[in-house]
Design a protein around this ligand. Structure first.
Ligand code: TPP
Ligand code: MG
Length: 447
């Protein structure tokens, strides 16, 4: 059970403890709510007194129609959403993807339902896959802003959507589906799989579509690699994530929030197992990360002695929203590893010298660009203040060594404050730059 420390829940918490329920007291109700929601997602336990709903399958006629639309597709794409993770569809889905030979793309929290390094994963060619697909099998994902509403200019205007969802109200949101398959995702994927087995159908790997996707994946990988291998100090996002990804255990649970930090981290940090990624998700709410990490660490600690590693990758702004929860981590000895990717701001910041120059020019409340945070703030000292490990990191060597020490420590949490280039950016994105202070050459990104 998650709540806050003290008034007004003292009696409830004590009663819960007396009944053998573990009570995690957090610093803010908001973080406690995030934590409770994450436990439901990670464990699949229904935390209510309602009976478990029956599993519903799709209409067989609709399955036949879906298979015929898929067979006619020239450029098919499977999109795996977090509904597939929540519905525990991974085993059937893996067999379906491998039998049918279809390319797939995970949504942020659909990552890991099938491993990111699966040969059919086309995440590294995401934009092209979305834009050019003529048939999309949408599995437990919603056509909201994260999938650009399923509309042009990011989708083909004539795309046919085969929509699989548990929720009838979701059918036809933003795009009218060619086929609607209503029901339990695991059951429906199993139905589709049975039909693929019967027909012995497979989408050929020798198609223009597969070659186009593979070419794009290779080109994008080359660009990311070039950025990742840069050894300049301060580091850029890609260098940080490249080295982090080399050291993380494949079964770790990755929690993430931020803007660039979350977006770039999503492309660079692989997930290999379902329900091993928790991020700001559909609502993009900053502040969820530490609550999610505490939930995951608590679940892991209760189910076996050590459990799996929880790694929490935070933008410096994102960290600030619930940063005081490091005290909760220290209080319960939850060995979470927090990596704050610190660019002194939101999307970008300014360096300490520029900040000092600005301060000399007048009142910072009228001068400082509204995307900036205090340069080189010592978030690592927030962790050491409560007895956890804190590291200030500027170089690749410092990063690797601090991360290794943190991963070897199962007794207490760590925080790596990774100072990166405040103007480090995403590769090849289309931005509109608005110059807010010519004199300081500070760009505010809007997109
Ligand atoms: C509760 C809430 N408030 C504000 C926002 C707007 N917002 C989007 S991303 C972000 C922070 C991004 O900065 P940071 O975490 O430092 O990541 P960076 O892009 O700098 O790597 C904010 C405040 C939000 N998403 N949620
Ligand atoms: Mg930042």
């Amino acid at each position: 059970m998650f709540g806050i420390v003290g008034v007004p829940i003292i009696e409830v918490a004590m009663a819960a403890q007396a009944a053998g329920i573990r009570y995690v007291g957090m610093r803010n109700e908001q973080a406690a709510c995030y934590a409770a929601s994450a436990v439901g997602y990670l464990t699949g336990r229904v935390l209510s007194c309602c009976p478990t709903p029956p599993v519903s399958v799709a209409d067989q006629g609709a399955i036949t129609e879906a298979i015929s639309v898929l067979k006619e597709a020239k450029r098919p794409l499977v999109i795996i959403g977090k509904g597939a993770a929540y519905g525990r569809a991974e085993t059937a889905l893996r067999e379906f993807v491998e039998m049918s030979g279809l390319p797939f793309l995970p949504t942020p929290m659909g990552k890991g339902v099938l491993p990111d390094d699966h040969p059919n994963c086309v995440a590294a060619a995401r934009s092209r896959a979305l834009l050019q697909a003529d048939v999309v099998l949408l599995l437990g994902a919603r056509l909201n802003w994260m999938l650009h509403f399923g509309l042009p200019p990011r989708f083909n205007p004539d795309v046919k959507i085969i929509q699989v969802d548990l929720c009838a109200e979701e059918m036809g949101n933003n795009v009218r589906p060619a086929v609607a398959l209503l029901g339990d995702i695991n059951a429906i994927v199993t139905q589709l799989l049975e039909r693929v087995h019967e027909d012995g159908w497979k989408y050929s790997s020798d198609t223009e579509w597969w070659s186009a996707l593979k070419d794009k994946i290779a080109a994008n990988a080359k660009i990311s690699k070039a950025l990742a291998l840069q050894s300049t100090v301060p580091m850029n996002y890609y260098t940080v994530f490249h080295h982090v990804s080399q050291l993380l255990p494949p079964d770790c649970i990755i929690v993430s929030e931020g803007a660039n930090t979350m977006d770039i981290g999503r492309t660079m940090l692989n997930n290999y197992l379902p329900r091993h990624r928790l991020d700001a998700g559909t609502f993009g709410t900053m502040g969820v990360g530490l609550g999610f990490a505490i939930a995951a660490a608590t679940v892991e600690k209760s189910e076996n002695s050590k459990g799996q590693r929880i790694v929490c990758v935070e933008g410096d702004s994102a960290f600030g929203f619930s940063g005081m929860e490091v005290e909760t981590m220290c209080r319960y000895n939850l060995p979470v590893v927090i990596i704050v990717v610190n660019n002194n701001g939101i999307y970008s910041g300014v360096d300490p010298e520029t900040w000092k120059e600005m301060a000399k020019m007048g009142d910072l409340t009228s001068i400082a660009p509204p995307v900036t945070l205090l340069p080189e703030a010592r978030y690592d000292e927030v962790m050491t203040a409560f007895g956890g490990r804190g590291f200030l990191v500027r170089t690749v060597e410092e990063l690797r060594s601090a991360l290794q020490i943190s991963l070897d420590d199962w007794e207490r949490p760590s925080l790596l404050n990774v100072l990166i280039d405040p103007s480090s950016d995403r590769k090849q994105q289309v931005y509109i730059y608005v110059l807010v202070r010519k004199v300081h050459n500070v760009a505010l990104q809007l997109y």
